[in-house]
Write a protein that binds this ligand. Structure first.
Ligand code: FMN
Length: 181
């Protein structure tokens, strides 16, 4: 079994810490993991050409833009589960994560049934960030396994939150069970 973690923060901050924690716990349970830091990837914005939609649900999974998404597509399809994390920006998901989501247009019909766990970190309030991720999960017909959210400002601050740690423990077990079924 393999679980992929996707961090949509432009910094090595609290979202990244939480996604890494979940993957570390999964690894302790014998699960293979991979961390995708969107801040380190070159991912162009979707150009809206819609050429990827040719073939409908049987589309070929090809994007005409050439960048790091090409290496990510097969990994995203092959993974048994995803962890998707975002910092809260203006009460929504980050631009980095939204850009990534848009670029999954060539492969979204092949994500159906995949379990997903969400992570969001804000300074004051989560707003619609988790709801944004859930909308994507629902449109791709993936399976929502739940979320953990936390409040923090400085990078690493969330690591001191015991309640968050406990909730991460429960969420990873739920995601692993979802990936097994
Ligand atoms: C552009 C921008 C917009 C933000 N908007 C919000 C917001 O609407 N509500 C909030 O509570 N925190 C907001 N924040 C604070 C971040 O969510 C907070 O610093 C969080 O810890 C960032 O996660 P990270 O450490 O993973 O980068 C914003 C930060 C930035 C840079």
């Amino acid at each position: 079994m393999k679980i992929i973690g996707i961090s949509g923060s432009p910094r090595r901050g609290n979202t990244e810490w939480m996604v890494k924690e979940l993957l570390a716990r999964a690894a302790e349970s014998g699960v293979e993991t991979e961390l995708i830091l969107l801040r380190q990837k070159k991912i162009k914005p979707c150009c809206g050409c819609l050429s990827c939609e040719e073939g409908g649900v049987n589309r070929k999974g090809v994007c005409r833009l050439r960048d790091d998404m090409q290496e990510l597509y097969p990994k995203l399809i092959a993974a048994d589960g995803w962890v998707v994390g975002t910092p809260v920006y203006f009460e929504m998901l980050s631009g980095l994560l939204k850009n990534f989501m848009d670029r999954t247009c060539p492969i979204w019909p092949r994500l159906s049934g995949k379990p997903v766990a969400g992570i969001a970190v804000a300074e004051e309030g989560i707003g619609k960030a988790i709801s944004n991720i859930r909308t994507y999960v629902s449109l791709c017909q993936m399976r929502w396994m739940g979320s953990v959210t936390g409040l923090a400002t400085k990078p690493g601050e969330i690591a001191g939150n015991k309640r968050v740690k406990k909730r991460l423990d429960r969420l990873i077990m739920k995601l692993i069970r979802g990936a097994q079924s």
